[in-house]
Ligand binder design. Structure first.
Ligand code: C2E
Ligand code: MG
Ligand code: MG
Length: 751
């Protein structure tokens, strides 16, 4: 009999008491042997413990021999893999192989085990039912006392769920949930890679910004679900039409971005874009609905447009907007040079805004004169920029930079305010003149224009609004003649402010404007006025516009009156109101009173106006005026033929002013036919000499040509004699053009 006893001493050792009856003794003798079995007991306990660990662990455990043959697996292994213990014992772990890992993967694993005694990593395996699962596996080599590997033990836990969560997170972090397209983050990542590739391979890459046309109505009409389905279909079509190396991303809403890699030429990219647009514009069928939609896109190329991703996207976006503006369903390519100009313009606009705040702008004023009476009846306010570094700048140097912007309107409001204050000050000082203010087209077309004028006028309740005239360039009406007509009527009827059509004759349909716009004044454009002395066609235009204005009961004023002759010719035509350097250049406001006090009306204009002329007298006078002018122009051209070879007056005797005059009066029956023939011959003879001289000058014989000057003078005099024979009564008032007017208030720096 054996008994296990626990010793009572501190060491609590286990003893085995063996009691046996001794056989060969007479007496009943017993042998008591006590063994110390503490160590054995401990080893047994250890084994039992190990076995519990093996059986109860949640991790799968797989033990193989040195040849990789499975010798044991624990219940968790069976639970995870679906295999029973008996099914796997004697087999290799390859039965779990998913085929997801390359042979190289396993080679690296075994190398690590051999070298370091263990390996840890993630492995995709397959359960008995074929399902894939991910495990975090640690394989250790078990060595015996000699250090020899005898077994391998693999310990693994099922991490499939964690992996899936990770993948979902990854998807959410890098992909758009609806279309499963890469999002901005991933797009940016791909862009960085593409830039490196582009540099290495010296190829282009393109960034395209694409926006669906009219997507919002689809959403609004059919609901978001249909909208979402449409977006998914759009994403699919986009995917189908780009190459593997390209990346499409949904940036939100109906905005997509495409990164084209490895582009050899812009043409190649354009080919892809055409394909995309073609595909997107095909009808869609969503929930039994047939939908039609298109897209607009803008593209920029790197490194031609050498910028970071944000800038490239902005450029592509701006260009996409141009595609929208040009009628949608198309793409546009970004132009870096054009962009530079836009940037410069924006910088200028900022400067101009600042200058407006810093009160660097001021108004100059140019007198408007009634040549017949000599009365200065108004001033035109003309803006100037007193630039701290560049000096006084004319409007042509800054107004185009703010055309159609908010600043242009702000500036217009400032000009209105400023000129009305000035007007009131002049009225207080006893100068009862009117002020005309130029109005920018965008301001005129803004919804608050009438309010702006009304507010400006309200600041000066003492001022009679009839003293304010608004100058509207004729071309403003090109946009919407009905709207402009309404504004002009409101100005006149509600505000009591008159309107002048500025630069008249430069529009495409001046007659329509004259008919439909109730402007009280027509301001003949200076280009016609300036050249009317030299070009009979311009004369005809000025004459015609003046006649039309009279017929339509409008005031007419000519701008660009540079000489006394311009004024005389205008008076002949019947246009009495004038403005121009021949009267005064625009001047600073504080110079105006002094100028008004000292202005002497031009005696030749007053004289001319004082004599009532018959049609015949007027015609003769016009001939004299233009023939003298022609002669002066010719002599001037002779003297500077080397410097300005193009400055000759019209040499064709039928097309010059006098030639046109002769043709015109022939039909009017004002003069005797024989007399006209004589004049025509004299005029032709004069031109012959002129042609001879001109040819010599143009062939480097200017000095020699002077021998014909006497002939030229005598032929001119012969022609004049014929004119005189018809008794021009105005000969005495005609003199040569003034070289210079003696007005001290000239701002030559800018005009
Ligand atoms: P505009 O309204 O037709 O003004 C007449 C322009 O012709 C002025 O140029 C004036 O200095 C110039 N001028 C006047 N007489 C003569 C002449 O005999 N010969 C020549 N060659 N030129 C003459 P400026 O001041 O440079 O203004 C140019 C244009 O800028 C104006 O043409 C007007 O359209 C615009 N502008 C000027 N001030 C303003 C303003 O306050 N607001 C707006 N919106 N536009 C303005
Ligand atoms: Mg004007
Ligand atoms: Mg003008």
């Amino acid at each position: 009999m054996e008994l296990e006893l626990l010793t009572k001493n501190r060491q609590r050792r286990v003893a085995l008491l063996s009691i046996s009856m001794l056989q060969d003794t007479l007496e009943q003798e017993m042998l008591l042997v006590v063994y110390d079995i503490t160590a054995r007991k401990e080893a047994e306990e250890q084994l039992r413990f190990s076995s519990r660990v093996f059986n109860q662990a949640h991790e799968g455990i797989i033990i193989t021999d040195i040849h990789g043959i499975i010798t044991d697996v624990n219940p968790a292994f069976c639970e995870i893999t679906g295999y029973r213990r008996e099914e796997v014992i004697g087999k290799g772990p390859h039965i779990l192989n998913s085929g997801r890992h390359s042979p190289d993967f396993f080679n690296r694993m075994w190398t690590a085990i051999t070298e370091h005694g263990y390996w840890q990593g993630e492995v995709w395996n397959r359960r008995k039912n074929g399902e894939l699962y991910a495990e975090l596996l640690t394989i250790s080599a078990l060595t015996d006392d000699d250090g020899q590997s005898r077994h391998f033990v693999g310990l693994f836990s099922d991490i499939t769920q964690t992996k899936q969560q990770q993948e979902t997170l990854e998807l959410m972090a890098h992909y758009d949930v609806l279309t499963k397209l890469p999002n901005r983050v991933l797009f940016a990542d791909r862009f960085t890679q593409a830039v490196a590739h582009s540099k290495r391979t010296e190829t282009l890459l393109a960034i395209c910004f694409l926006d669906l046309d009219n997507f919002k109505p689809v959403n609004d009409t059919y609901g978001h679900e249909v909208g979402d389905q449409l977006l998914i279909e759009v994403a699919m079509r986009l995917r189908a039409n780009v190459r593997d190396e390209d990346t499409i991303s949904r940036f939100g809403g109906d905005e997509f971005a495409i990164l084209f890699r490895d582009i050899d030429s812009q043409d190649e990219c354009e080919f892809l874009l055409r394909r995309i647009h073609e595909s997107l514009s095909q009808p869609y069928s969503v929930n039994d609905l047939r939908l039609e939609i298109s897209a607009s896109s803008g593209v920029t190329f790197y490194p031609n447009d050498n910028a970071d991703l944000d800038t490239l996207l902005r450029h592509a976006d701006q260009t996409m907007y141009q595609a929208k503006m040009s009628g949608r369903n198309t793409y546009k390519l970004f132009n870096p040079a054009h962009n530079r100009q836009t940037m410069e313009k924006q910088q200028w606009q900022q400067q101009i805004r600042q200058a407006l705040n810093d009160e660097q702008f001021c108004l100059f004023y140019q007198p408007k004169l009634n040549m017949r009476s000599g009365e200065v009846f108004g001033m035109e306010a003309l803006i100037r920029w007193q630039h701290p570094e560049r000096g006084l700048l004319a409007p042509s140097q800054f107004l185009p930079l703010i055309a159609d912007t908010e600043i242009e309107i702000e500036m217009g409001q400032w000009v209105l305010k400023q000129s009305l204050s000035q007007l009131e000050a002049w009225h207080h000082a006893g100068y009862k003149i009117e002020v005309s203010v130029n109005i920018a087209t965008s301001h005129l077309q803004s919804t608050h224009f009438i309010d702006d004028v009304e507010i400006a006028l309200a600041q000066h309740p003492q001022l009679d609004s009839r003293y304010l005239q608004l100058e509207v360039v004729e071309t403003s009406a090109l946009g919407d003649i009905a709207a402009i007509s309404k504004v002009i009527k409101l100005c006149r009827d509600v505000l009591g402010v008159s309107v002048a059509l500025d630069d008249f004759g430069t529009g495409y349909s001046s007659l329509t404007h004259l008919r439909h716009l109730t402007a009280s004044t027509i301001k003949i454009d200076q280009s016609f006025v300036r050249d009317m002395l030299d070009d009979p066609q311009d004369y005809t235009i000025v004459d015609g516009v003046s006649g039309l204005a009279e017929a339509f009961n409008r005031q007419v004023i000519a701008e660009g009156v540079e000489t006394v002759e311009h004024g005389l010719m205008l008076l002949m035509i019947g246009c009495d109101h004038a403005q121009g350097y021949g009267i005064a250049r625009p001047m600073a406001a504080d110079k105006v009173p002094d100028w008004l006090n000292h202005y002497q009306a031009e005696p030749e204009w007053i004289n001319c106006a004082a004599r009532p002329l018959t049609a015949r007298q007027q015609a003769l006078y016009l001939f004299e005026l233009t023939s003298q002018r022609w002669y002066q122009q010719f002599v001037a051209a002779m003297n500077q033929s080397d410097e300005q070879p193009e400055s000759w007056p019209i040499i064709d005797q039928r097309k010059c002013h006098c030639g046109s005059w002769i043709q015109r009066v022939k039909t009017q029956g004002l003069f005797d036919a024989l007399w006209l023939d004589r004049l025509e011959q004299a005029h032709a003879a004069w031109h012959q000499t002129a042609i001879k001289i001109r040819e010599m000058c143009m062939t480097g014989q200017a000095a020699k040509s002077r021998q014909y000057l006497n002939e030229m003078v005598s032929r001119f005099e012969a022609m004049q004699a014929i004119i005189n024979s018809a008794q021009s009564p105005l000969k005495q008032v005609v003199s040569g053009p003034r070289q210079e007017d003696n007005n001290p208030e000239k701002d030559r720096a800018i005009d």
